[in-house]
Ligand binder design. Structure first.
Ligand code: GLU
Length: 514
């Protein structure tokens, strides 16, 4: 099976980004959006924003709004989307469920897909057996050959089932990738993917392919991590008798150690960068350097605008080595951008962000009881204005020396950070609950954990109330501060572990000595 040969666009391209609204707006979404946008604009095409909210348990409207807001902050405007409409809507997959169900039915009646009635128990036993035998965990085709009539009757009688794609048992699928050439996949390795879940909602694969086709997407430009899904998508195109789009898989953004970019090693939320005073021009400029090089970039000290990127955009300027999302480089570029704008412009931006009335209003009342003169305000509220704090770790360590060593404090802060990551909202009541739950989980004194958290987010032992401070600072900044504090604590935690080992060895020796 092959998809169509690659062509340079004769007609203006239609491209899309298809974020799943399941969390903070991610830098990776902006990176993919940037190149989709640049390619579309270069060739007079259309850039579509589609919301892939098929995972009902994880998708939220808040996350969708945050993604749209961040992309707009960056100036990556879209021509069609859930907020601006367009001829191919609706642009939110949760509003298109009937379409996917119809398409799944069509595949079943053609014999390209089948209903699977296997229970979760059967599937977990199967998985356990395969794991034990060190085999790949995959569906064993148990329901593949069920009689069509009997299958329809069971579903009609209300027996829960999913719909699975019938993958080919032999041969190869060749993905044609604009940047990577031909990528072969052995069909036997590809599982019979679930297309429709038992709740009637589609999985990513079905909804993505149906929508890309119905929205007449000409080029699917997405991250490398979707390559393994592409053979399933090509099978769907083939079964439906549709021409697949051109696929372009961009290299994944990486941490400095070359692992896939993760919030454990770098802030990944666009909200954080906006809050930390990165200019949108600098962020776009930085993302535009990820795997891509615009002409004469060295002469310009790597500084370029979105308009320049669009003007010179060309796929041949991509290289596939993993681009490193290096925050220091981003800050360097941002410094250049700050120097490149006029003081008037800078003033406007300060008033729009760090010094905006809305932002200062969110904490002014908390600082009020702590000052005697107006000129003490800035110093007292410094941690509301600064992104990075001066090393708070020594303070944390000092504070807890008696009851908890640095390793304990690090573990507690890491666990708290994970818990806060999972919070869906960010207000005083939720924060108080989360911190109290963590105190209980750790069996610590309330004051100890609250103090550790206070020092991590403010760098101080005394500050306005912890929950109102955290609420005003916002989730992205608090997450950054917690992770930063943990990083700084790591060397001390290592020493603490060595100290523990030394003490244990000494105790063993003392026991052995009569
Ligand atoms: N919903 C997928 C995501 O969250 C879209 C992947 C694609 O572009 O096909 O990234």
């Amino acid at each position: 099976m092959m998809n169509e040969p690659l062509t340079t666009p004769i007609t203006p391209p239609r491209v899309r980004i298809a974020p799943s609204p399941t969390g903070d707006p991610h830098v990776g979404t902006a990176y993919i959006a940037l190149f989709n946008h640049a390619f579309a604009k270069r060739h007079g095409g259309r850039f579509v924003l589609r919301i892939e909210d098929t995972d009902q348990s994880r998708s939220t409207l808040e996350s969708e709004q945050a993604i749209l807001r961040s992309l707009r902050w960056l100036g990556l405007d879209w021509d069609e989307g859930p907020d601006v409409g367009g001829d191919y809507g609706p642009y939110r997959q949760s509003e298109r469920t009937a379409l996917y169900q119809e398409h799944a039915e069509q595949l079943i009646s053609q014999g390209g897909a089948y209903r699977c009635f296997c229970t979760t128990e059967r599937l977990s036993e199967l998985r356990a057996r395969q794991k034990e035998k060190k085999e790949d965990t995959r569906y064993d085709g148990h329901c593949r050959e069920l009689d069509a009539e009997a299958s329809r009757a069971r579903a009609a009688a209300g027996e829960p089932c999913v719909v699975r794609l019938k993958m080919l048992a032999e041969g190869k699928t060749l993905i044609q990738d604009l940047l990577r050439g031909e990528i072969p996949y052995d069909n036997r390795q590809i599982d019979d993917q679930i297309l429709l879940k038992s709740d009637g909602f589609p999985t990513y694969h079905l909804a993505n392919v149906v929508d890309d086709h119905l929205m007449e997407i000409s080029h699917v430009i997405r991250a490398e991590e979707w390559i393994p899904s592409t053979p399933k998508h090509l099978r769907l195109y083939e079964l439906f008798g549709w021409t697949p789009p051109v696929f372009v898989h961009l290299p994944l953004l990486r941490n400095k150690d070359k692992s896939k970019i993760s919030k454990r090693k770098n802030p990944v939320s666009l909200d954080y960068y906006e809050r930390a005073g990165i200019l949108p021009e600098a962020m776009l400029n930085f993302l535009g350097l990820m795997g891509y090089s615009i002409p004469d970039v060295e002469e310009k000290e790597e500084q370029f605008t979105l308009a320049e990127l669009i003007e010179t955009f060309d796929w041949s300027r991509f290289s596939l080595g993993g681009p490193v999302f290096d925050v220091e480089k981003l800050e360097w570029l941002n410094g250049n951008w700050i120097r490149a704008i006029s003081p008037e412009d800078l003033l406007e931006r300060l008033y729009a962000h760090v010094l905006s009335k809305d932002y200062v209003a969110s904490f002014v009342a908390h600082v009020q009881p702590r000052i005697r003169r107006l000129d003490e305000f800035v110093d007292t509220a410094a941690f509301f204005f600064n992104g990075k704090l001066e090393s708070p770790t020594e303070l944390i360590f000092d504070k807890f020396k008696k009851r908890h060593d640095a390793k304990d404090v690090l573990d507690a802060l890491l666990a708290l950070t994970e818990r806060l990551d999972r919070l869906l909202g960010w207000d005083e009541a939720l924060l108080e609950q989360a911190l109290r739950d963590q105190v209980e989980a750790l069996e610590w004194k309330v004051g100890d954990l609250f103090m550790a958290a206070r020092i991590a987010v403010t760098g101080r032992k005394a500050s306005p109330g912890l929950f109102e401070t955290m609420a005003a600072l916002g989730k992205p900044m608090c997450q950054f501060r917690f992770r930063d504090a943990c990083e700084r604590l790591k060397p001390l935690a290592k020493e603490a572990v060595q100290e523990r080992q030394k003490r244990a060895a000494a105790a063993r020796l003392a026991e052995q000595t009569p």
